[in-house]
Design a protein around this ligand. Structure first.
Ligand SMILES: Nc1ncnc2c1ncn2[C@@H]1O[C@H](COP(=O)(O)OP(=O)(O)OP(=O)(O)O)[C@@H](O)[C@H]1O
Length: 300
C-alpha cells in the first residue's frame, strides 16, 4: 500500500516555484531519505505531507487523504524539525506526557529509556536546552510516537557525532521491531545511506531521481587517467562530473551502463575505474554549474 502519493505537486510562494510537478509514491513501512541542497524544497515538501502547508497545484494524498487540515493525517503522522514549538511553562517530562496523550501508539517505556540514556533532566525546560540537546529531545519524541508516518527534517542538526550515531541506531532498531513509514531529510546521504531503503533526490524543486539506495550505489563509476584518453573515452558517455587531478590527468564520473567491450577499451587506453559512493553521486547530480569556490577568489 502507498502511504504517500504525489502527482504533479507544485508549491509556489508568491511567484517563486519551490516545488515543481513532483510525482512520486512512497510505500508503507519504508525509510526514505529526502536529499537535496540548501533551498531544494525538502522542508516545503515535508510540511505539505505533514498537512502544515497547502499545495498550490497537483495532487497530494497521505493515507489516501489530502493532508492539509486532515485529522486522520495529523493523528497518524509526526513532523520533527529543529524548530519544535513547546509551551515554555512545560518541563521535558510534561512535554513527553502531553505527547503520550496525543499519539495513540506512543511508547512511554522507549521514551523514558532514551531520555535517561541521553542524560536529559526531567525538570528541565525545553527552551533552556542547547541546540544539540533540543534535537536529541525532538528525536526521542519522534521515535517514541511510533507514528505510522514519521517525518524527520534534518534531525541531527547540532548533535555531536556520537549522539548522531546513537540516534540512527535507535531509529533502525525500533523500526525493525515496529515498522512504519519514515522520511528523513538530509544534505548528507553518507550519514544515512546504511539506514534508508530509498532516495528521493530533489534539485531546485524538481524530482531528480527516486531510487532504491542499492541502485544508487551502482549508478555511476569513476574513471581516471590521461586527460586526452578520458576526453576520448567519455565522449559517448553520460558524464555527471569531470575534473582535472593534476596537469595531464583527469577524473570523470560516468553513468554505469556501458558495455564490457567499452570497459576493456578503457583499460587498453590506460584508464582506471573506481567505485563512486551514493552520496557522491547525489553531490555530482545536484552540483550547480558555477565552477568551484576557488573561482570566487580567482576574480581578485
Ligand atoms: N515562506 C516562504 N516564503 C517564500 N519563499 C520560501 C518560503 N519558505 C521557503 N521558501 C523558499 O523555497 C525554497 C525551498 O525552501 P525549503 O525550506 O523547502 O528548502 P530546503 O531544501 O528544506 O532547504 P535547507 O536544506 O536549506 O533547509 C527556498 O528557495 C526558500 O527560499
Amino acid at each position: 500500500m502507498n502511504v504517500i502519493e504525489c502527482n504533479q505537486l507544485t508549491k509556489t510562494y508568491g511567484r517563486f516555484n519551490a516545488l515543481i510537478n513532483l510525482s512520486f509514491t512512497i510505500k508503507e513501512n519504508t525509510i526514505t531519505g529526502i536529499i537535496g541542497r540548501n533551498g531544494a524544497g525538502k522542508t516545503t515538501l515535508l510540511k505539505i505531507l505533514a498537512g502544515f502547508f497547502r499545495e498550490t497545484k497537483g495532487e497530494v494524498k497521505v493515507f489516501e487523504e489530502k493532508p492539509f487540515n486532515s485529522l486522520l493525517v495529523s493523528a497518524n503522522s509526526i513532523y520533527i524539525d529543529e524548530y519544535m514549538n513547546y509551551p515554555t511553562s512545560l518541563t521535558l517530562v510534561d512535554i513527553l506526557h502531553q505527547n503520550s496523550r496525543f499519539y495513540e501508539k506512543w511508547n512511554a517505556q522507549l521514551a523514558n529509556r532514551l531520555f535517561d540514556y541521553f542524560s536529559l533532566q526531567p525538570k528541565q525546560h525545553y527552551n533552556r536546552l542547547s541546540k544539540g540537546q533540543k534535537n536529541t529531545f525532538n528525536a526521542i519524541v519522534g521515535l517514541s510516537s511510533r507514528c505510522a508516518l514519521t517525518i524527520f527534517d534534518e534531525p541531527t542538526t547540532g548533535m555531536d557525532a556520537s549522539v548522531r550515531k546513537d540516534f540512527y541506531r535507535a531509529l533502525l532498531k525500533d523500526y525493525l521491531e515496529h515498522p512504519r513509514t519514515i522520511l528523513i531529510s538530509s544534505h548528507h546521504l553518507d550519514e544515512i545511506d546504511d539506514l534508508i531503503e530509498e532516495v528521493l533526490l530533489i534539485k531546485n524543486g524538481e524530482k531528480h531521481l527516486h531510487k532504491p539506495v542499492e541502485e544508487l550505489k551502482e549508478y555511476a563509476i569513476g574513471v581516471q587517467g590521461p586527460e586526452a584518453a578520458i576526453t576520448q573515452w567519455t565522449a559517448e558517455q553520460q558524464v555527471i562530473h569531470c575534473r582535472s587531478l593534476s596537469p595531464g590527468t583527469s577524473y570523470a564520473v560516468v553513468e554505469n551502463h556501458f558495455s564490457a567491450a567499452l570497459k576493456a577499451e578503457a583499460t587498453r587506453m590506460g584508464l582506471h575505474f573506481s567505485p563512486v559512493t551514493a552520496s557522491d553521486v547525489c553531490v555530482y547530480l545536484t552540483h550547480q554549474n558555477k565552477g568551484g569556490i576557488d573561482d570566487v577568489f580567482n576574480k581578485y
